[in-house]
Design a protein around this ligand. Structure first.
Ligand code: PLP
Length: 372
């Protein structure tokens, strides 16, 4: 079956093979007589699904043994509150604002701790990353929070800050919702990584929190038990019933990533390296075309351009509706930009084939040629 290419920012396209496998297993998971949605989370079948998924994620991201992987709910927006409840001890936390998502995180955290905005690119309309050397970090922050890929503004940190080199001893927390599993995470710099699943992992409803174990056990007393990282960790993410089906699909996606290979000039690479090589290739193709088109423009400073979310504008914005209608007719879906930014946005997550970007560029060329 050939399906349209879906450029949604999230919930987003999933690998077709994964959807087909899930469909085949829908009524009866591997001969046990039950579908995954229908099984107890404490039964041996689901425990095996859950354990395999965690093991595969640990292997893909090379997660060190002293980090816990929590399969939670509520999305990254709930984490905006859950994180300060768990980590701030009611004191100060530093936030770096680089776009809508980190701004939202800082705003919510103010309910639970003393938020210090250490840097902001708001004056640049969130189009360039403030250099870490310019960040005004506190001496006593419980943590420093960044959004490592701003899904709406299309700004990505290609290097995570080395807080120790900046004179801070605070743990670094990253909201990596929209680029997790598209590149490695440097765990020598990161103490907590969290993200909703619906961009690069699986269905909405699942939130991953990967947290260094020495940061557990300091939650504010008001923290709901189901959101206390220590409680969740002690119960293997089964203090409350986890989002079992989303966990299962995430596991199928991890297996799919492990099977992927991608050619590079140095030879073929597999797994996470394949995801990164493919992301570089996809994004490179689209940015190159946009920059040289004379018809479309991306406003993000080059060094901060996201590989995953590429906002772009038609120079003549009166053509926007025609562009979107024509795209849909060509099987290119969900290209409308976020309402706060306008224009268009192509999200190129792991499950987007290179052929999807080729089809998008071919359409953009044709549209420019016929509307120029
Ligand atoms: C999508 C997104 C969120 C919000 O996720 P929810 O699941 O709606 O809570 C937060 N941060 C980033 C970076 C995102 O891409």
């Amino acid at each position: 079956m050939t399906r349209p290419f879906n450029f949604s920012a999230g919930p987003a396209t999933l690998p077709q093979e994964v959807l087909q496998q899930a469909a085949a297993e829908m009524l009866d998971w591997r001969g046990c007589g039950m579908g995954v949605m229908e099984m107890s989370h404490r039964g041996k079948e689901f425990i095996s699904i859950a354990e395999q998924a965690e093991a595969d994620l640990r292997s893909l991201l090379a997660i060190p043994a002293n980090f816990k992987v929590l399969f939670m709910q509520g999305g990254a927006i709930a984490e905006n509150a859950i994180l300060p409840m768990n980590l701030s001890r009611g004191g100060r936390a530093d936030y770096v604002v680089t776009g809508s998502w980190s701004q939202k995180s800082a705003k919510e955290a103010r309910k639970y701790c003393d938020v210090h905005v250490a840097a902001s690119n708001e004056a640049d309309q969130h189009t360039r990353l403030p250099s870490p050397s310019s960040w005004q970090l506190s001496d006593n922050a419980a943590y420093v929070h960044v959004c490592s890929n701003e899904t709406i503004h299309g700004v990505e940190m290609h290097t995570l800050p080395d807080l120790a080199a900046l004179g801070s001893t605070a743990p670094l927390v990253i909201d990596c919702s929209s680029h997790i599993l598209s590149r490695p995470i440097d765990w020598s710099r990161v103490s907590v990584a969290y993200g909703g699943a619906q961009k690069n992992i699986g269905p909405s409803g699942l939130t991953l929190v990967i947290v260094r174990d020495d940061l557990l056990g300091q939650a504010l007393p008001i923290t709901p038990s189901a959101f206390n990282y220590q409680t969740v960790a002690d119960n293997g993410s089964m203090y409350n019933t986890p989002p079992t089906y989303a966990w299962y699909i995430a596991g199928l996606v991890f297996q799919w990533i492990l099977r992927q290979t991608e050619p590079t000039p140095e030879g073929p690479v597999t797994g996470l390296a394949a995801m990164e090589a493919r992301a570089i290739r996809r994004a490179g193709m689209l940015y190159d075309y946009i920059d040289n088109s004379g018809f479309y423009v991306n406003k993000v400073a080059r060094e901060g351009r996201s590989r995953m979310n590429i906002p772009f504008f038609l120079l003549d914005e009166s053509r926007n509706d025609a562009f979107l209608t024509g795209a849909k007719a060509e099987g290119l879906l969900q290209l409308k930009g976020h309402k706060s930014v306008g224009g268009m946005r192509a999200s190129l997550y792991n499950a987007m084939p290179v052929a999807g970007v080729e089809a998008l560029i071919a359409y953009m060329k044709h549209f420019a040629a016929t509307h120029g």
